[in-house]
Ligand binder design. Structure first.
Ligand code: CP
Ligand code: NVA
Length: 323
């Protein structure tokens, strides 16, 4: 791979995403073959927001590869307040072989990757959730047997999950339709990027305020919460705005007969999705969650395999500098 870190899907070319997905599937099929692949290496996991899946899958994933993990809670690091992103990066690169970070501003992950000499993995920002998109496309690939031309409708808020789904879909040749209420569309630069790249891969990306049109004849119906982490104060207002955007059976039946339902989770049952859709035989949400583990093992392996443990950093000798 040409990149050191996993910050955004936009940093990759289609063949790199495809080989990560292939490696994810190989690891899933034969985890025993990779049990020592990251022996002795440590992943520091910085969390500034809550998590179930990201925390557990990175934690278990690195251990299944023979490595260790270190959970750093929001209170512990207090990024940018107790200590600058630069200083955290410069400390951690001397102690661990990789950093996973879940935070608010996307720029924090970009800065961390810029300053740290070790790989940095984006575990969700307000802007994107690239590891989620990788697990999502791995799941679609498993079930649908391919990704090119696959029709995916993302229904709800044009949020971090929507952005990464658009980016990866564009690179992998899928047709991604995003249906949101007015003023909740994905970011304009994200739409432009996805449309540009999709035009090169045979995929497409379009955004609409017509949810029924978006879901019509698709292979995949995908939704996410209406208020993301950090938007808790807007939850009541959003419940009103998104009222007509629930994925229930009336909407889901507009998709293909063999369409699947996807959700990154956590789900707010009864809001963005009804129980009958979430628990139906067409729902693959828990397979999706499991695939976080396998595909992130592929990402960690690819990025961290060549980072040595106990690497020597230059010893600073200030008196010599000034001699
Ligand atoms: N889908 C996902 O990232 O879940 P968590 O917020 O529980 O990590
Ligand atoms: N959009 C959601 C995704 C959670 C995995 C959030 O950011 O809270």
């Amino acid at each position: 791979m040409n990149v050191k870190s996993f910050v955004s899907i936009r940093d990759f070319v289609p063949s790199e995403l495809e080989s990560l997905l292939t490696l994810g599937r190989q690891i899933k099929a034969r985890p025993d073959l990779y049990a020592r692949a990251l022996q002795g290496k440590t992943l520091a996991m910085i969390f500034e927001k809550p998590s179930l899946r990201t925390r557990v899958t990175f934690d278990v994933g690195v251990q299944q590869l023979g490595g260790f993990s270190l959970y750093l809670s929001p209170a512990e690091i207090n990024l940018g307040k107790r200590e600058s992103v630069y200083d955290v990066a410069k400390n951690l690169e001397r102690m661990v072989q990789g950093i996973m970070i879940r935070t608010f501003a996307h720029e924090i992950v970009e800065e961390m990757a810029q300053y740290a000499s070790i790989p940095v993995i984006n575990g969700l920002t307000d802007f994107s959730h690239p590891c989620q998109a990788m697990a999502d496309y791995m799941t679609m690939w498993e079930i649908k047997g391919g990704l090119e031309g696959l029709k995916i409708a993302f229904v709800g808020d044009g949020n971090n999950v929507a952005h990464s789904l658009m980016f990866a879909g564009a690179l992998l040749g899928a047709e991604v339709r995003v249906a949101t209420p007015r003023n909740y569309e994905p970011r304009a630069d994200a739409i432009r990027w996805a449309q540009q790249r999709a035009s090169e891969t045979g995929g497409s990306c379009w955004v609409t305020n017509d949810v029924k049109a978006a879901v019509c004849g698709v292979d995949v119906v995908y939704t996410d919460v209406w208020a993301s982490m950090g938007q808790e104060d807007q939850a009541a207002e959003r419940r009103e705005v998104f009222r007509g955007w629930q994925v229930n059976f009336e909407l889901f039946r507009r998709a293909k007969r063999d369409a699947i339902f996807m959700h990154c989770l956590p789900a707010h049952r009864g809001e963005e999705v009804t129980n009958d859709v979430m628990d139906s035989p067409r729902s693959v949400v828990f397979q999706q969650a499991e695939n976080r583990l396998h595909v992130q093992k592929a990402i960690m392996l690819e990025l961290m395999k060549d980072v040595p443990v106990g690497r020597m950093h230059p010893v600073t000798m200030p008196e010599l500098v000034h001699a």
